[in-house]
Design a protein around this ligand. Sequence first.
Ligand code: CS2
Length: 493
Amino acid sequence: MTPHLSPDTLPTLPQTVARPGYDRAVCGIGIVHFGPGAFHRAHQAVYTDDALALEANNPENRDWTISAVSLKSPGVRDALVPQDGLYTLVTLDRTIGHRVIGSIREVLCAPEAQDQVLNRLADPATRIVTITVTEKGYCLTAAGELDTSHPDIVHDLAHPETPISVIGYVVAGLRRRRAVGLPPYTVISCDNMTDNGRRLGRATAQYAAALDADLGAWVREYVAFPSTMVDSITPATDDALRQRVLDVTGVADAWPIQREAFTQWVIEDRFCNGRPAWDKAGVILTSDVGAFGLAKLRLLNGPHSALAYLGGLAGVETVADAMTTPELAGFLERLMLQDVLPTVMPPAGYDLARYAGQILERFRNPAIRHLLAQIAWDGSQKLPYRLFGVIEERLAQGLSISRPALVVASWMHFVRRRATEGAGLTDPLAPTLLDIGARCDGTRADVDRFLALEVMFAPALATDTRFRAALTDAYARLGDGGRDAVLAAVAAL
Ligand code: CS2
């Protein structure tokens, strides 16, 4: 019988597989993480694993293991609990690395363990809450405020002790702590949103104030919500990865994780209740994260989305394959260097052209099969953060937006195609988008149908005649949205 990954089988792993450099049994839980998907396990959990190893002999600073909480599905719990939270991280580059991560000590599925989650949040030992729930998990409006008409928020405001949203949980925990005179925890958003900490802080205080004005004031005054920039390309786990891990380690891992070797985490240095030795583990702590976040969102995530829709329409499967399609790679480079780069303020000491070059190199990484279909998810949530700022700034300066507009138009064609093929869509606005897509007829009226979507297109942008004209032109350039038309369109711009 194939042995499974667990504390018992750890000693049997080959020497080439790195394992936790600390005694897991003596490291208490200090972090609650919401949304332990692949990205958390490839990124924050790894930095924490490093910090725990670096402080292995320092009893003062080692109680920072993680309680990982899924808000919906029991999948992560079911995979990781039998492994005592252990999982294998595979880094894919010129050389391939294998390593077992030990920083996750508890895995809970909130709907089935609500009391345990709330008790964990109220525990004095919990000093940090980290979050990766993707853009849609924050329940914000297009203007970045808490969406009080969002069904999850409506539910939580009516039943604050049995929440379902992440903000509902964060505030339920804070409320309990305040009631017994405990200090709050620092709350850290690790999602790809501009000013993620400020947005989360504002929405959390707004929610808390709607329950109790004093609680809202307390949150505003005492809870730290540092902003962050997170980066590491993390393709979803597939069977090839599971097989590789079995072949290399000799044990089966129910849910290994893969990512590129490159990783970066910048956190605003603002904590209200201590932190692990993340700085020693390579995390950049700084007073201003904004510049890092914007550079990454616009130069990496925006181009990623561009490849997802243009490449997807052209029948290309992965990022690396798109980069070997000359028309797409050429367009991407022009988009990054000529359109996006001038809208980005470099963080101190950054050479933006070099940074953009490194990103292009990472996209070319042949060791990674990063599916464009994965990046295409949730376009209605991602495009505003990744691309609309670029468009707005270029419009304000009277500059051309034809290339960024082609990306937005390609998303419209993508939605239309999914609707006509009856293929479904992974997006919180899927029903509305598929309805719009089904009504599209290939004329300029299609663009107006999408622009009417107020939750995505803020009025100032939707009514800008230059934006509308550029989109209409781009939509027409993409013709029937087939491979030939798309490649001709990108080659011409
Ligand atoms: C990607 C990101 O799926 C996506 O939308 O753009 O997940 C990207 O790979 C990460 O942000 C890289 O840090």
